[in-house]
Design a protein around this ligand. Sequence first.
Ligand code: N7H
Length: 494
Amino acid sequence: MPTPLTPMPVSAAVSNLEVAQIQGDILIGLQKLVQRFVFFEIANVDSFKSILRQQVSGGLVTTTQVAKDREQILSQSSGQNLSLIGVNIGFSNTGMQKLIPGADLGDSSFGAGAKLRAIAMTSTPDPTGAGPDTQPINDPSVEGVPSTWDAKFLGNIDGVFIITGGSGSDLGMQTQALKSAFGTSWLPLDPEDGQVRPGSNKGHEHFGWLDGISQPAVNGLVVSPFPGQDVVEAGHFVFGYPKVAAGASFALPQPWMKNGSFMVFRKLQQLVPEFTTFINDSATASGVAPELLGARMVGRWKSGAPVSTNPTADNAPVGDDSAQNNNFDFATDQSGQSCPFSAHIRKTNPRSDLSKPQLDARRVIRQGIPYGPEVDPATESTTTISNRGLLFVCYQTSILSQFEFLQGSWANNPDFICPIAKGANHADGTAITTGIDPIIGQPVDPTVGRTPDSAIPTPPGGVLTMPTTLFIKPLGGGYFFMPSISALANELTT
Ligand code: N7H
């Protein structure tokens, strides 16, 4: 979740990519203080296509524009007056079928759709991380239907407009403009709104952690990566460019998919008072500071400082410094002493624990935003009353091998992190257990594998026993294809 002011060493001017064709949210991210997702159904295909082609596609914000806007924001002394409006668009498989009947985008997960994939179960996890891309997302379900999802996400959604801006009135104005343009050719559904958190919480998600720190540096776009930032081939995020992962195909499933990307959207409710209470109670039981316990669950302190380089105390200047906050790996931490194997950032990007091709094949670009009000300390000290969380968004060219693999085969898999963890022992001889990701893990059996390794830094001092209820509840999701500007003006709309 890049904040409006997070520096990013990108330059569209020197890019090897066709940045004028790539929608702006994909590689760099639309600049935003607020964001709206307008989900819709297409009611009249012919008129929807002609309005999109003639009135809307030309106004979408591209990567060229976002790079320029970003430079402008960074050159200003303050980003407080940010009022840049951005609009992007994506289509689900049902939407794509309306635009191009029979279209095969070459990704079985996209074809099946987020609702089916959220609960689909296929085969046994491979803890090496190099195995079959087939693990379940494992959202709670009843009789084959996700049971915690909002009704809107259980019905049909053909596409989504992403609108960003500096204020709620920007969102209102742009929504109205789209409604006027599309008239009766579409049916807009209830939108989802997010906003950057206020004051000193800007850039932090609702549990309190700084987010949007670690993103892959896209080869051909990022001119000088930050120390520790991995350079990853653009083909993992936009179609039509090389990938490095062994065996990965560079072929375009369809010629018009060039410069497009798959977007995964997940509405994830965060039970903040419950999470905070759990950390406080567990820390007391283990005799450690709650801040340390939380930091070891995530792999970073709330400031963003990595526990790998700051294992016992927070270091806010490090968290805030792009030259330092990604400059680490796990090579010298083979027993999870500094950063537990189960920590959210080690589960979702194991860095030196795997080879570069194994890692690159799983990287995604994250562009989410928090939603919902701040916690009210007067009424929500232990129990959530208001709905809040993260509108999680990530971009990739294979939903199956990237988002689904991260969630299913890594976060949900109690045996993953990698072979070095299997059979390895702590200094006192006790076995290292990995457990699921304590932030986003959704285990197949909720009573098993929820205990991550060495919650405190002096084993065998304590192991965190996770409750069987989760602190993140999935309320919905969608898989979308974000086409190039040219495809929107041609193949998809003629
Ligand atoms: Fe995570 N959190 O607050 O604990 N995430 N995440 N995430 N996440 C990251 O490094 C969080 C979610 C990844 O490269 C940070 O930018 C929360 C999903 C990946 O080192 C924090 C939610 C998936 C990374 C959080 C959530 C991922 C990452 C550290 C849901 C994919 C980069 C900030 C509400 C399936 C790892 C940073 C790296 C980082 C949190 C969801 C994946 C603080 C609260 C669903 C790849």
